[in-house]
Ligand binder design. Structure first.
Ligand SMILES: [Zn+2]
Ligand SMILES: [Zn+2]
Length: 59
């Protein structure tokens, strides 16, 4: 994934998850470089998007 702040590309497993410093629990991945809190994209969101992409608008 790519950090939305510094554009640093890193693997999701390389980012810091569950930092314990975010209110309400950490559900984001912190950039290992600048510690920016990158929101995690929910899985169903990707699925829905792929469905729309697959269907296309063939008319
Ligand atoms: Zn960053
Ligand atoms: Zn956090």
């Amino acid at each position: 994934m790519k950090c939305g702040f510094c554009s640093y590309e890193f693997d999701e497993s390389d980012g810091k998850q569950g930092c314990g410093g975010c209110p309400g629990g950490c559900h984001s991945i912190h950039c290992p470089r600048c510690n920016y809190k990158n929101p995690l994209e929910p899985h169903f969101f990707k699925t829905i998007r792929s469905i729309f992409t697959d269907k296309g608008d063939s008319k």
